[in-house]
Design a protein around this ligand. Structure first.
Ligand SMILES: Cc1cc2nc3c(=O)[nH]c(=O)nc-3n(C[C@H](O)[C@H](O)[C@H](O)COP(=O)(O)OP(=O)(O)OC[C@H]3O[C@@H](n4cnc5c(N)ncnc54)[C@H](O)[C@@H]3O)c2cc1C
Ligand SMILES: *[C@@H]1O[C@H](CO)[C@@H](O)[C@H](O)[C@H]1NC(C)=O
Ligand SMILES: *[C@@H]1O[C@H](CO)[C@@H](O)[C@H](O)[C@H]1NC(C)=O
Ligand SMILES: *[C@@H]1O[C@H](CO)[C@@H](O)[C@H](O)[C@H]1NC(C)=O
Ligand SMILES: *[C@@H]1O[C@H](CO)[C@@H](O)[C@H](O)[C@H]1NC(C)=O
Ligand SMILES: *[C@@H]1O[C@H](CO)[C@@H](O)[C@H](O)[C@H]1NC(C)=O
Length: 511
């Protein structure tokens, strides 16, 4: 087979003098079909890496380019920050541990879900007597919502906040409209994120803090503090005086919120399957070496045996995850090296309990029902959140009662509830006892909390205002997706970056 032979020769050429390599590569082209197989290495099987592979295959098929994709993934699973764990450690009962929601304007994800026939569900609601959502400032609830659906369906919002909700919807829609141009010609594909953001007028939103941006657009302070800040806190664990205006708008674009049943990671595993990539799980890339002929050698270690694998040279390498956590030795150092940026360390705690949340812990009378989802904001006068990571007096970012849960382990048959909490620090027994209404002076038993799973994520960057973003081409043949996370950090934007890089790559091969 033609392809096979080319690869064997290419492998040999790695050690050959570059002049010889250059001459022989011409010979390697198949004169009949005028085809050379392009070898691409993708480091990371999250949204960005999977999307790069999927769109590379798609675009190269359209142009009849022969392509071999290899994906290296450090974890034992596909999806990166989009992953599930089994409730009661039961794989048949998955719950999202990372990215849980996407929305209807997320075209790549919505289209992929359709193409792969994955079932989506809206935000799960089940009947409880009480409010669906409440916003807690550590002292009391500043807002309660009794019916499901989006913010904007609720008359109460307009009653309480006047024109601010309407102005916010308008501003959000205008901002989303600009963002969606990034998918279309003549903007797509973009060679520079800084430039396209500027040309589309999105830099105005990223240059200011959310607080400034909302203020500039005449949105009232009370609405910003109560509703918008509750959204930036649950989505990004950040307050409005820090997070930039574009991300604040993203947090308000909640129409058509949905998730893939059984786990969003299935979008990415289907993308990889459709890309016909060789996917190497449990494989950590440790070194990327540039050869004299501008190809790359990628070395990876297997997490179990620590063996280093030397693969064939790659024409292109895509680093599809944050540079600072990849721990890859690039030799020589690329022209552009991404700056390390601070990421939020988010503690996600999943647990099951037969207890409902205690009204008393949330300053409600004992006959009141605690909201199913508790978002948080800072009380008036507590501008930045005085204590750890801006969390302020609430002490946590969100508590969600996700669904009822039946514990059937070892003959048990108990109706419980599944909860998820986002916080900046590990939750201790005092905290757990308080929210579940248990006595503070005794240890929490299995009868109170029957299952618990904790995970600390480097979840997303602190989205400080900025007007420039990392280069997406670190060097010739070396690409980088994660610069987009300082612009917007979502599954969709990582996917868009993958698509954009795939298009640039294929266009360059043709050119
Ligand atoms: C708790 C939480 C909640 C979130 N909620 C949402 C949400 O509701 N909606 C939403 O859209 N987004 C959400 N996000 C953000 C979203 O998860 C990310 O923006 C997105 O998944 C990033 O995808 P990525 O492919 O760019 O990076 P990642 O998913 O991080 O993928 C990078 C991959 O590269 C691998 N890798 C890194 N270095 C190496 C190496 N040296 N060798 C091999 N492999 C390597 C990593 O193991 C990882 O799998 C959330 C994130 C967290 C943590
Ligand atoms: C594609 O690359 C892999 C290495 O990841 C190699 O083992 C395989 O033989 C290549 N396949 C083709 C068809 O070139
Ligand atoms: C990856 O490693 C984990 C833990 O070492 C192991 O359980 C799993 O089977 C491995 N998966 C693959 C695909 O090699
Ligand atoms: C799509 O999925 C549904 C169930 O989720 C199934 O009934 C249907 O046959 C599937 N269709 C295709 C084309 O795979
Ligand atoms: C409970 O709420 C009341 C009224 O909103 C408030 O005055 C009081 O300080 C709150 N108590 C606590 C412990 O936060
Ligand atoms: C438990 O956590 C709370 C914050 O939620 C903190 O105020 C308290 O000091 C912690 N208690 C102990 C015993 O660590």
């Amino acid at each position: 087979m033609k392809v096979q032979r080319i690869l064997v020769l290419a492998g040999w050429l790695v050690n050959a003098p570059s002049a010889l390599a250059a001459r022989d590569q011409v010979v390697l082209a198949d004169p009949a079909s005028n085809k050379v197989t392009k070898n691409v290495a993708i480091i990371g099987a999250g949204s960005a890496g999977s999307s790069t592979a999927y769109f590379l295959r798609k675009f190269s098929q359209e142009r009849d380019i022969s392509l071999n994709i290899t994906v290296y993934e450090r974890d034992g699973h596909i999806g990166g920050r989009s992953t599930t764990v089994g409730v009661y450690d039961d794989e048949q009962n998955p719950v999202e541990l990372g990215a849980s929601i996407f929305v209807e304007v997320n075209h790549n994800l919505v289209d992929a879900a359709k193409e792969f026939n994955l079932s989506t569900s809206g935000i799960r609601e089940f009947s409880t007597e009480g409010p669906v959502l409440g916003i807690w400032n550590g002292k009391n609830f500043v807002y309660m919502q009794y019916s499901g659906g989006s913010w904007w369906d609720t008359a109460k919002l307009f009653w309480k906040y006047g024109l601010a909700p309407l102005k916010t919807v308008r501003l959000m829609k205008a901002t989303v409209g600009k963002f969606l141009k990034m998918y279309e010609e003549p903007y797509f594909p973009w060679k520079s994120l800084s430039q396209v953001a500027y040309v589309l007028g999105l830099t105005a939103a990223t240059a200011s803090t959310g607080e400034q941006f909302l203020d500039q657009n005449g949105i009232g302070k009370l609405f910003a503090q109560d509703i918008i800040q509750a959204s930036t806190r649950v989505n990004y664990a950040q307050n409005l005086p820090l997070i930039h205006g574009l991300e604040a708008m993203v947090c308000m674009a909640t129409d058509g919120a949905q998730a893939i049943e059984g786990g969003n990671w299935q979008i990415f595993s289907n993308m990889l399957a459709a890309s016909h990539a060789t996917v190497l799980l449990n494989r950590t890339v440790s070194k990327v070496e540039r050869q004299e002929d501008a190809s790359y050698i990628v070395s990876a270690t297997n997490s179990e045996s620590s063996v280093t694998f030397d693969q064939q040279p790659f024409d292109e390498v895509v680093l599809a995850g944050p540079y600072q956590y990849s721990r890859i030795d690039f030799d020589p150092q690329p022209r552009h090296l991404p700056d390390p940026i601070p990421y939020v360390q988010l503690h996600v705690t999943l647990f099951t309990s037969k207890h409902k949340l205690s009204p008393r812990a949330f300053n409600l009378s004992s006959d009141e029902v605690v909201p199913q989802v508790i978002l948080t904001t800072l009380p008036t006068g507590e501008h930045h959140g005085s204590n750890r990571e801006g969390v302020g007096s609430p002490g946590f970012f969100s508590i969600s009662l996700l669904r009822p849960s039946m514990d059937t382990r070892e003959g048990r048959d108990e109706l419980e509830y599944l909860y998820k909490i986002f916080s900046p620090a590990p939750l201790n027994e005092t905290f757990m006892a308080n929210i579940l209404g248990l006595p503070a002076n005794r240890a929490i038993s299995k009868a109170d909390v029957s299952w618990m799973y904790r995970k600390v994520w480097n979840s997303y960057p602190y989205e400080y205002p900025r007007v420039t973003f990392e280069e997406l081409q670190l060097d010739d043949g070396l690409w980088y997706t994660a610069g987009i996370e300082s612009f917007i950090s979502t599954m969709e934007t990582s996917s868009l970056m993958g698509k954009n890089i795939a298009r640039l790559m294929v266009d360059a091969w043709e050119g």
